[in-house]
Ligand binder design. Sequence first.
Ligand code: SF4
Ligand code: SF4
Length: 262
Amino acid sequence: MSLLGSGIFKGMAVTLKNFVGSYFDKERLTTKEYAWRTNDKLPEKAGDYPKEEAEQLSDTTTVTHYSRNFPMLLHDQGEPMDTVRCVACQICERECPPQCIYIEKSTDKKERSGNKAQFYPAKFDIDVSVCMSCQICVEVCPFDAIVMNSQFELSTPDRFGGLLLRRDDLLKSNDYYHKIHPEEAAARDKRIADEKAAKEAKKKAAEAAKKKAAEAKAKAEAEAKAKEEAEAANKPTETSEIPSAEPPATSSTQPEKEESAE
Ligand code: SF4
Ligand code: SF4
């Protein structure tokens, strides 16, 4: 049984050993993982990280399927900017607690993946030196356009420009998302497909109801018109019904009046 807290002292002992040893052995100046390097450069991308060349990590290497690091922007099959899901609504920008997202909405709209024309992000930057990986941007996005990446090797000697990820650095395909988070991506795709099917069914039902209402209206109008026509046909004509109020003029009336005046 080890004493509580003994691990801390063991770790400190290793650190002390390396600290003192670094004055005598140059190898101890660098972290073991990077010791294979001959050019003394820090790693710049995932492929630079492994201890041995044979252990090269691919872009889709992930710690676990549930790990997350910084956000990325999803696009569907095809050219990234032709299929990017983000419509630059800026909700994530407003909701990000440390305000590390910067978006510029396009001035024009374009049609993507057969959907109606929408705005797109002319600029979309995330300062990952500020991002706290809270995933709030993912939660609030109504378009399933932003999800968490799990790429973990982002160390760079350029602490400002190197940690400001631009739109094109953030764009990743849905296939990539399936590789790093298979369960989450499959669940998201299923939900999107279900929502789309429900929306289409609702649209079809609304169209059917509208068509039915229009047919009923047309039928009612036709019936009313037929009734009107039938009534008009049965109505007697004015000349045969109303007798003339004027008595017929006689040629003897005028001379009679003249005689009585005399
Ligand atoms: S993960 Fe959190 S901190 Fe990082 S960009 Fe998204 S909302 Fe902002
Ligand atoms: S990522 Fe989502 S929430 Fe953020 S601007 Fe794009 S569509 Fe809107």
